[in-house]
Design a protein around this ligand. Structure first.
Ligand SMILES: Nc1ncnc2c1ncn2[C@@H]1O[C@H](COP(=O)(O)OP(=O)(O)OP(=O)(O)O)[C@@H](O)[C@H]1O
Ligand SMILES: [Mg+2]
Length: 420
């Protein structure tokens, strides 16, 4: 079946809160059955003095037709604006899975997507959301999320009335965990809910880990906890939106997956690499030295707390103005690990591959513009801070003793310090 879908791509320019048309995106199927994506910047957009690029690597400002057959024809910067597992699940709930094409996940998701882009078939910008859900809606949103998850497990749980309306508005934010975007005061927050199958109180633990990262000197997203009945929800302040009195300014955002030119698939995982990401960041960032040191610190931190789910969608660059910087750290959480002696990060972190081990982490310090002694000092300082304060930070944020005992094995595991 040949199909052809297209839309206009909008962007909120730095310092403004309204969309302008940046270009046109189209996906078609070649006669050989291969999906082909095409993107072209509009001529009048290119003529603007304040035009900005959608992606600093793949979609630089230029008067040409960009084409790709990778990722089903979806350029990385566009894919980064689309929902993953959770947002897709809600769209599927609304429309039924069988009828959906990849393009529908772009077209049918609400305009709360990460980053500065918007999409619409016509030339009028996507309708700005007049009313966001608020923290007052969290209880209903959580109940609705539970009903959807129960449905996935084959259980029937009714999703009625307002809860249904609230949730099925859905979200275009990425990630697998149940979440919703809520407005509180002058800011937007990503609300992440707990799930029945969680090993521990995930929202509380992630909140504490974000604080622990800050204690280690890292730049981590701001978060807080909202208690809903007998559950907690984690609220992470969106760093890609800023209220400007008449609307939200939006930062452009591109994931590390896109910077690496990689895909989620298992076969593409050899491209998942902190070292390659460091190389890309060196070119893309307006402050490469600072950002590379920060990235090195995050890599050490992830190894030290067994955040083994540090895949390239969990890193991003952000452009509040014209220039790109590493975004604040987000989605930091220990993974229940079995092995005592060897753990692997999701991305290559040294000459020995993905091994979360001091010697391996230090082995590629130069890629992060650090010499050996500087890198050792970063690793050792982070490990020492975690050793002296992880438990106090957890307990101080209300993580139970039982949960701390479960997490203990993830923190500074023995193999982290093996000198091989
Ligand atoms: N504070 C934030 N501000 C802006 N965007 C964010 C923020 N936190 C997360 N995001 C975006 O939302 C996506 C999903 O968030 P997050 O990674 O926390 O969810 P998750 O469901 O736990 O993900 P995963 O599937 O990796 O477990 C991220 O990949 C990122 O694009
Ligand atoms: Mg994530």
């Amino acid at each position: 079946m040949t199909s052809e879908r297209e839309c206009h791509v909008f962007v909120v320019l730095p310092g403004t809160t309204d969309f302008v048309v940046a270009g046109r995106f189209r996906v078609s199927t070649t006669p050989d059955g291969v999906p082909l994506g095409e993107f072209v910047y509009g001529r009048s957009y290119l003529n603007r003095a304040d035009a900005v690029e959608l992606d600093p690597v793949e979609l630089r400002l230029a008067e040409r037709m960009y084409r790709t057959t990778r990722l089903g024809g979806f350029f990385g910067a566009i894919r980064d604006s689309m929902p993953d597992y959770w947002g897709r699940l809600l769209i599927e709930r609304r429309f039924g899975r069988a009828q959906l094409q990849e393009f529908d996940y772009l077209a049918e998701g609400p305009d709360d997507r990460a980053g500065g882009l918007g999409f619409n078939a016509g030339l009028e910008p996507p309708s700005p959301r007049i009313r966001f859900n608020t923290v007052l809606d969290l209880a209903e949103l959580q109940a609705a999320a539970e009903a959807v998850l129960a449905g996935e497990r084959g259980q029937r749980k009714s999703l009625a009335g307002r809860a249904r309306e609230l949730l099925l508005e859905g979200t275009s934010m990425g990630g697998a965990r149940p979440k919703a975007v809520v407005e509180d005061g002058d800011a937007l927050w990503v609300a992440k809910f707990g799930r029945d199958e969680d090993r521990w109180n995930d929202p509380l633990v992630e909140h504490a880990v974000l604080q622990l990262a800050r204690e280690c000197g890292l730049n981590a997203a701001t978060s807080r906890i909202e208690r809903i009945g007998n559950r907690d929800a984690l609220l992470v302040r969106r760093f890609d939106r800023e209220w400007r009195g008449a609307g939200y300014a939006r930062s452009r955002m591109v994931s590390a997956l896109t910077l690496l030119g990689a895909d989620d698939s298992v076969t593409d995982r050899r491209r998942w690499s902190y070292l390659a990401l460091a190389d890309e960041l060196r070119r893309a960032s307006s402050k490469p030295r600072e950002d590379l040191h920060e990235l090195f610190g995050r890599m050490c931190f992830n190894a030290a707390i067994s955040n083994l789910d540090d895949h390239p969608r969990n890193h991003a660059i952000l452009a509040p103005g014209r220039e790109w910087r590493l975004s604040p750290a987000y989605d930091l959480t220990p993974v229940p690990a079995i092995s005592v002696t060897r753990r692997d990060l999701a991305m290559t972190c040294g000459p020995g591959g993905r091994w979360a081990n001091r010697a391996n982490l230090l082995g590629s310090a130069g890629r992060f513009l650090l010499d050996r002694e500087e890198a050792e000092a970063v690793f050792d300082r982070i490990a020492a801070t975690i050793r002296s304060s992880w438990l106090a930070v957890m307990r101080g944020n209300g993580v139970s003793e039982r949960d701390c005992d479960l997490i203990r094995h993830a923190i500074l595991y023995d193999g982290l310090f093996y000198d091989a």
